[in-house]
Write a protein that binds this ligand. Structure first.
Ligand code: PGA
Length: 250
């Protein structure tokens, strides 16, 4: 059985006061939840104060990105060791905004996944096709290339430590969610790919989250699908009441 997982990706949002108010509310309201793994990914500068508030709670923390070197002259970057040092659990890698706005390549994403695994951090490895790729019926080719290149050279036994997030670019922040059937189709395809790259046991144990305009009113239909194990939530994770509803979708 794969444990459901809900992670909030705050992106470049919140002030320090908003960040602390948000997690204070989440800590109180999600205190009893044990059947869903919960995480929040604040902007780098708020990770530590957020972690401090979350002490003693079941809510994990993650970062939204990382650099692949361990230290040195890389102005503006943050290393895996630094994130480990402040107690992060997850790190998002290959988010569509990093791929398409900041220009991250599959090669860079692959390096990041490797260094995160080496540092003992859980990569949340994001993949997803653009609208024109879906319209051209090339979704599976795009996803295959992203998964294969992202995991290139990752030791087979390490692949099970990764969480995958399928986030169709056309659904992110647009209010257009993939239907549960569209998402399930790609999730099942990703699971098959993982079984080919590593093995069936790893594929069956791996959690594959869906992301892209997830809201309290569409989460149930998505989570009802066999291969959808959780959600990576942007907009709806910025308000305590909607994120709480998402975590308590059952
Ligand atoms: P959204 O973002 O929920 O606002 O669509 C999801 C994401 O980018 O992770």
């Amino acid at each position: 059985m794969r444990k459901p997982i809900m992670v909030g990706n705050w992106k470049m949002n919140t002030t320090s006061a908003e960040a602390t108010a948000l997690v204070t509310a989440l800590k109180t309201e999600l205190n009893e939840v044990t059947d869903v793994e919960i995480g929040v990914c604040p902007p780098f500068v708020y990770i530590q104060p957020v972690k401090q508030i979350l002490q003693g709670s079941n809510i994990k923390t993650g970062a939204q990105n990382v650099y692949w070197e361990s230290k040195g002259a890389f102005t503006g970057q943050v290393s895996p060791g630094m994130l480990k040092d402040i107690g992060c659990d997850y790190v998002l890698v290959g988010h569509s905004e990093c791929r398409h706005v900041m220009g991250e390549t599959d090669e860079v994403i692959n390096k990041k996944i490797k260094v995160l695994l080496a540092a003992g951090l859980t990569p949340i490895f994001c993949v997803g096709e653009k609208l024109e790729q879906r319209q051209d019926n090339t979704t599976e080719n795009v996803i295959r290339a992203q998964v294969e290149q992202g995991l290139n050279g990752v030791p087979k036994e390490k692949i099970k430590e990764i969480i995958v997030a399928y986030e169709p670019v056309w659904a992110i922040g647009t209010g257009k969610t993939a239907t549960p059937e569209q998402a399930q189709e790609v999730h099942s395809f990703i699971r098959k790919l993982i079984s080919l790259i590593s093995n069936e046991e790893t594929a069956q144990g791996m959690r594959i989250m869906y992301g892209g305009s997830v809201k309290p009113d569409n989460i149930k239909g998505l989570m009802a699908k066999d291969d959808i194990d959780g959600a990576l939530v942007g907009g709806a994770s910025l308000k305590a009441d909607s994120f709480v509803k998402l975590v308590k979708y059952q």
